[in-house]
Ligand binder design. Structure first.
Ligand SMILES: [Ca+2]
Ligand SMILES: [Ca+2]
Length: 217
């Protein structure tokens, strides 16, 4: 039992002492399945815990594929064929709780182009999950990948008052004319300054109890 307590204390130190990363990755990732290794759903809410796909039908599709992973076995594949006014993408809701107004938040990831460039729409839709309303949304990041390898994208924003949820969206569209493209997306991250992931909270809680136990000896 003593060994368990010591190992938990060491784990807590490791959490506090993890090496500095790029600023947009500094906080715990609040997205489930950030590497698209599970299943893309098309079954409506809830949108927390899994990715939900959407498309315009016809030659537009969104799916998880083993074709072009950046890491793991799968990536998200969005695809629109040679027609105008198509769209395809996926989104997920990440909960961070009320009380983060003004804190910085980041939605980042990696995307890779096959076919015609342009048409990416990457954004955060800020929501109040209790009232089930959208508060506001970031402008679309429309920087599309240019081809060859995976390229990083980053949407940064401060959390607006009244929001407890971020709906992170990756979509491609051909509203401006036919594009005939596929975009692969992998290794996404959404985090909010000062918001820990539930698992870290539980671990720190256990470690604190272990330290209290050690002091009492
Ligand atoms: Ca992956
Ligand atoms: Ca769903």
């Amino acid at each position: 039992m003593k060994c368990l307590k010591i190992s938990l204390a060491v784990a807590a130190v490791a959490v506090f002492c993890s090496p500095a990363m790029a600023v947009h990755l500094d906080n715990p990732n609040l997205l489930a399945d950030p590497s698209f290794e599970g299943t893309l759903t098309f079954d409506g809410p809830p949108f927390v815990g899994t990715w939900e796909g959407f498309n315009a039908g016809g030659s537009s599709t969104a799916d998880f594929t083993t074709n072009m992973p950046r890491t793991g076995a799968q990536s998200l594949e969005t695809n629109i064929g040679a027609d105008a006014n198509l769209f395809a993408g996926a989104f997920q809701d990440a909960r961070f709780g009320f009380g983060s107004a003004g804190a910085m938040a980041w939605f980042s990831g990696w995307h890779k182009l096959v076919g015609a460039a342009g048409g990416s729409e990457i954004r955060i839709e800020w929501r109040d999950s209790v009232a089930d309303v959208e508060i506001s949304r970031t402008p679309n990041l429309t920087t599309s990948p240019v081809g060859a390898g995976y390229e990083e994208f980053i949407v940064s924003s401060s959390v607006p008052a009244g929001a407890n949820t971020a709906r992170v969206v990756y979509a491609i569209q051909s509203f401006g004319g036919a594009l005939n493209q596929q975009v692969f997306v992998d290794d996404v991250n959404f985090n909010v300054e000062g918001v820990p992931e539930p698992a870290s909270v539980a671990l720190l809680g256990l470690a604190s109890l272990a330290l209290v136990g050690m002091r009492r000896r």
